[in-house]
Design a protein around this ligand. Structure first.
Ligand code: AMP
Length: 399
């Protein structure tokens, strides 16, 4: 089967983001987002490539309604019929230990995504809703599920095991899973390509730094450790997420603040913590940089906590792998902010890591390594949607 056009879907509980790819020409034909599905104030923004964005208020009762409208928008702007779409690729947050790669969706896969609901209670039900909505709106079109966790399934047990009673792992599957797997997989492979080496020869640390941030140790092309855990809450301090902390803090805060429901506490750790929590200003790194420049000390502290944590993970993962050949920065902050990149590796010259200031001030895929530094430091833009489209193409092409 010749695959030409693939619709990539990222379904949230009340939203649906989409991109239509022409894989033959390596083009994004259109992208957009449907918001407030199933609630008042439904809204769609549709952007056909090279044409002005279209916005409309549209009450969408279900995700299937949203998909049907997306197809109308696509057929009125960039394709002539729904039948031009060959396959759909879905971002699915949590594949638990069930999936170590992308798969064609069938009844077993849907059941397995459902089994992972307890591990990804906010995202997995929405991701499955997106799959079912496409079935409803597009008939039996081939669909592929691409999991955020899959790339990390190669971690050894001593890296994914938490030191709590073992039966919790057995009964409730509590272990490290890791996220942003499509991004870590993509940028680590691109780094090997950039360096002209086979991935099997390289030890790479990939730093995905955006609103959500995670770091991954990739040894010989395989993930051996990563900073996010059972959920995307662990690891670095993020925009609004706390990252790693002493679990006993929960009891102290709950007692003192009269918080009786653990989900309220988790809401604080997920939505009110991270650099927003420390600074009290914003979760957006650009706002924090501006505030720091204006002399705001808490914004400066939040940024320092962030870059210090990145540095600690780089050190830890170099130790875990017994060395490092390349450090890769990607995602919103990692791709765009030279200062934070420089701060994150400051003082790591002893490990052979150093950034050249002039090279660091360029954009795109760039080698920012200082002359003489043994470890290559690269900036590589991530493209998770592209990975979903190409996995989908590969799987459906083989049918
Ligand atoms: P992402 O989650 O990958 O889309 O990244 C979003 C984050 O990247 C936001 O916190 C933005 O503030 C941040 N970001 C984008 N551009 C820059 C920049 N030039 N400097 C610092 N942060 C940036």
């Amino acid at each position: 089967m010749v695959i030409l056009k693939i619709l990539v879907i990222n379904a949230g509980s009340s939203s649906l983001k989409y991109q239509l790819f022409d894989t033959e020409q390596h083009l994004v034909l259109a992208k957009g987002v449907c918001e407030r599905i199933g609630i008042d104030g439904g809204h769609i923004k549709h952007t056909p490539t090279g044409k002005p964005a279209m916005e409309e208020d549209n009450a969408m009762a279900t995700h299937a309604d949203a998909i049907r409208r997306v197809i109308e928008l696509l057929t009125s702007t960039v394709i002539s019929s729904m039948h031009e779409i060959d396959a759909v690729g879905h971002r699915v947050l949590h594949g638990g230990a069930e999936f170590s790669g992308s798969v064609l969706v069938n009844d077993d896969v849907k059941a397995a995504i459902r089994r992972c609901f307890p591990l990804g209670p906010l995202h997995n039900p929405a991701n499955l809703t997106g799959i079912l909505a496409c079935e409803e709106a597009m008939g039996n079109i081939p669909q592929v599920a691409v999991f955020d966790t899959a790339f990390h399934q190669t971690m050894p047990d001593y890296a994914y095991m938490y030191a709590i009673p073992y039966e919790y792992y057995e009964k409730y599957k509590i272990r490290r899973y890791g996220f942003h797997g499509t991004s870590h997989r993509y940028v680590s492979a691109k780094a090997a390509e950039f360096l002209g080496k086979d991935p099997s020869e390289l030890k790479i640390i990939t730093c995905h730094l955006g609103n959500g941030s995670s770091i991954c140790a990739v040894d010989g092309g395989k993930c051996v450790d990563t900073s996010m855990g059972l959920t995307p809450l662990e690891g670095l301090p993020m925009g609004t997420r706390s990252g790693v902390l002493d679990p006993a803090i929960l009891e102290t805060v709950m007692k003192n603040e009269n918080i009786t429901d653990i989900s309220d506490m988790l809401n604080i750790l997920n939505k009110k913590s991270g650099v927003l929590g420390i600074s009290g200003i914003s979760s957006d790194f650009r706002d924090l940089i501006a505030a720091k420049q204006d002399g705001n000390e808490r914004a400066a502290l939040a940024l320092k906590c962030f870059t210090y944590s990145i540095k600690k993970y780089i050190g830890a993962y170099a130790a875990a792998m017994g060395g490092v050949d390349a450090v890769v920065f990607t995602a919103g902050v990692g791709e765009n902010n030279a200062t934070l990149r420089a701060e994150a590796v400051e003082g790591l010259e002893f490990m052979g890591i150093a950034i050249d200031e002039a090279k660091n001030n360029t954009r795109g895929t760039v080698d920012v390594t200082a002359n003489g530094a043994k470890v290559r430091t690269l900036v590589i833009p991530t493209d998770e949607e592209f990975v979903i489209a190409s996995d989908t193409e590969e799987i459906v092409r083989a049918l």
